[in-house]
Design a protein around this ligand. Structure first.
Ligand code: PSU
Ligand code: MN
Length: 307
């Protein structure tokens, strides 16, 4: 299997030396943000991970090879090229066989991180149960992945483009712990709260790392969703963003946008309707998640090495 995986020098060194590593996804780069904010954010996030004691491993597929850790040229390519596919679990084998280029979603990034033993993964928001699921059955593969792949994901919850109550119900059914990092409430991406409770709150990085390790010590398969709210200064007012999200969903419906194109379409529309305010919020929350995720990776490493 290693014949289709390329590990960067920096990540390889960290793996060999048993240093903490944080996986980062690439769909947020290719399909979640416009250029040049996408590449600027990708680089800033990597820097923050390093500053907080861990090694960043941004993951993507280039020419049918799984890349764990990207160089400057590869990041530039993913930020600017127009024909980058969006790879979830089901897409991986086909994209590799056809030697195509793809950004990896939360589900595919978890799978690739797990191949090489990376345990912590930082992103902005995960996919979930879409509004109108009764008709479309649109439930992101990210949720099933959290049920089966042993990687902990740090995110700012999920956007209310999704049906958040149903997303939490689904995660409960799948047995995925949903942890609030210093919060009792499930964060709604642009706002710190959603009015919905998380499963449990953790006080700090150490407690978060303990939850993750104990889950795997028990042999319980799958991830942990650690939710970290957007910093107060960058939140968007709830009613304001809610109206915009409803408008974006209405437009998507009218234009018949479905399946894997739906999330990128909504993100782009929300960015335009908020005149870039949503993008700014998105950038800030990802950076904040990188800080927290790197610290959790450091603590998890301590726990494993203390044995
Ligand atoms: N939510 C965001 N930004 C994103 C995504 C979700 O706020 O960039 C991306 C992630 O890569 C996530 C994917 O895994 O969208 C989910 O897509 P879908 O809804 O098609 O499963
Ligand atoms: Mn979907």
């Amino acid at each position: 299997m290693y014949r289709i995986i390329d590990i960067s020098e920096e990540v390889n060194k960290a793996l060999k030396e048993g240093k903490p590593i944080v996986a980062l996804e690439s769909t947020i780069i290719s399909h979640g943000m416009p250029y040049p904010e996408n590449i600027e954010t990708a680089k800033a996030v990597e820097t923050i991970v390093r500053e907080n004691g861990a090694t960043p491993a941004t993951i993507a597929i280039i020419n049918g090879r799984i890349k764990i850790g990207l160089n400057e040229k590869e990041l530039e390519f993913l930020s600017t090229a127009k024909d980058i596919l969006k790879a979830s679990r089901r897409d991986l084998p086909v994209i590799l066989a056809k030697r195509l280029n793809a950004a990896t979603t939360v589900s595919a990034t978890m799978i690739c991180a797990n191949f090489v033993g990376i345990k912590i993964f930082v992103t902005g928001g995960i996919g979930g149960v879409h509004r109108g699921v009764e008709e479309t059955l649109d439930i992101s593969a990210d949720l099933q992945e959290l049920a089966k792949t042993d990687v902990a994901v740090v995110s700012s919850g999920a956007k209310s483009i999704l049906d958040l109550p149903r997303t939490l119900e689904y995660l409960e059914t799948l047995g995925v712990p949903v942890i609030g990092f210093k919060t009792e409430e499930f964060p709604a991406f642009y706002s710190r709260g959603s009015g919905l409770k998380v499963n449990y709150m953790v006080e700090d990085e150490v407690e978060a790392a303990r939850v993750v390790k104990i889950k795997w010590d028990l042999g319980l398969k799958g991830g942990v969703l650690i939710t970290n709210p957007i910093p107060e200064a960058h939140t968007l007012e709830n009613n304001y963003i809610e109206k915009i999200i409803e408008k974006a969903i209405f437009e998507a419906d009218k234009r018949g946008i479905r399946g894997k194109n739906l999330t990128p379409f909504l993100l782009e529309r929300i960015k335009n309707l908020t005149e870039g305010k949503s993008l700014k919020a998105n950038i800030e929350l990802v950076k904040n998640n990188a800080r927290v995720g790197a610290s959790i990776a450091v603590q998890l490493n301590h726990l494993y090495q203390g044995e």
